[in-house]
Write a new protein. Structure first.
Length: 401
């Protein structure tokens, strides 16, 4: 336990809750275990472990899984998380997609829906799509499972006020300003709604479903916009006002293009999916979507040998790499995980990105910062959103156990 947790020891009721979470987290991260093994891992005495396990069994949060055979005497009972004890809906939406899924307490995806749009959607269009996706998800499960849904986790790119349940501003979605999204979804579906920013939700997914040996890393969301989630000491860093990670609005060209946030030269003006789409006509691409094409058209054209498109991707990768290098120098993470639709551009974007990181970051050969693509894929933000209601079973008020 860290120092924050130790200050809770004087409160028996709180300590009981903390120890309960420790056992759940131990089973979640390590798989099945006997009571003796749980005692060794957690450092709790046998009586405490017995009481906690009995309570968790009564609440049906854990179940006996199997017994260890081949031993003399009565084999010890092996316990595991009861995946069917709770479920959650996760919805990730941005300008050009809506992804929804249902996961169980073990983090297993039960059903998944993803809708993509060539042209960015407006506020009213996306709200209807979100409601349609949630309705479709609910129609795939039976009434028993529906009763076990704890809440809906919802993530959106941009600036949010979590306490008020409001999307303050999502610069890449037309008209998505001061939207009481939590109230809208709760009224429609009668579930509690947990709100988070998309890149931070993506980082949560990496923490829960990625490399769990790391406790300090950055997750870079390279999509229609560009965002960043920060995990520090196994916890999601929110910032003083809950608006951390806006790497896409760091300035890389002080006299550059005007960004939708109102300033000039943000990273998103030269390297985001939206920026690449706007550059499609500049590199001679006219066969894609009306007017300005798509980012996908740019990197498909680059793969086909269009040197102008290749140059655009190369330059975008360099700018992203410089921004990441600055983040590395400031935050000293163990790793940087790349995700989002733009990583489909492949080496033409990722290669220059890594070169720029190597050139501009302060690196140490004995403690290198690893740059790698996510193994989770494009469901990451929706997975992170779905974990928002389920984290309470494995965390205690944002305390690392």
């Amino acid at each position: 336990m860290n120092k924050t947790t130790n200050t809770l020891i004087g409160n028996p009721k709180v300590l009981k809750k903390v120890n309960r979470v420790r056992v759940m987290n131990c089973l979640n991260s390590g798989g099945s275990a006997s009571r003796a093994q749980l005692a060794r891992v957690t450092g709790l005495d046998g009586k405490t472990i017995t009481n906690i396990c009995n309570n968790l069994l009564a609440d049906e949060l854990i179940v006996p899984k199997e017994t260890v055979s081949g031993l003399r005497g009565r084999p010890p009972e092996v316990l595991s998380i009861n995946n069917d004890a709770a479920f959650a809906i996760g919805v990730d939406f941005a300008a050009q997609q809506v992804t929804g899924l249902i996961i169980d307490l073990g983090g297993n995806v039960k059903t998944r829906i993803r809708r993509e749009y060539d042209l960015p959607g407006s506020k009213d269009f996306l709200l209807k799509e979100i409601e349609a996706v949630i309705t479709e998800l609910l129609n795939t499960i039976d009434s028993k499972t529906r009763r076990k849904i704890k809440a809906i986790g919802l993530c959106v790119p941009g600036f949010i006020d979590k306490s008020a349940g409001i999307v303050v501003q999502s610069v890449n979605i037309q008209g998505f300003n001061d939207v009481p999204i939590v109230e809208i979804i709760q009224k429609e579906f009668s579930f509690d709604v947990n709100l988070e920013e998309s890149s931070r939700a993506m980082a949560l997914a990496e923490m829960w479903f990625g490399d769990r040996t790391r406790n300090s890393f950055l997750c870079i969301d390279l999509g229609y916009g560009i965002g960043m989630g920060i995990i520090e000491n196994g916890l999601l860093y929110q910032g003083a006002n809950g608006r951390s990670g806006e790497i896409g609005h760091t300035i890389v060209q002080p006299e550059g293009r005007i960004c939708r946030c109102g300033r000039r030269g943000c990273l998103e003006t030269v390297a985001s999916g939206r920026a690449l789409a706007e550059m499609a006509s500049e590199v001679g691409i006219t066969q894609a979507c009306p007017e300005k094409g798509t980012a996908k058209a740019v990197y498909e054209s680059a793969k086909a040998g269009n040197t102008k498109a290749q140059g655009v991707l190369n330059k975008a990768g360099q700018y992203i790499g410089i921004a990441i290098a600055n983040a590395i120098n400031l935050l000293d993470p163990q790793a940087v995980v790349l995700n989002g639709g733009l990583i489909n551009a492949g080496e033409m974007l990722i290669g220059p990105l890594k070169e720029a990181v190597a050139q501009h970051s302060i690196s140490f050969s004995d403690l290198p910062c690893i740059i790698e693509e996510s193994r989770i894929g494009l469901d990451a933000s929706a997975l992170g959103a779905a974990m928002l209601p389920l984290r309470v079973f494995f965390e205690f008020e944002n305390i690392k156990l």
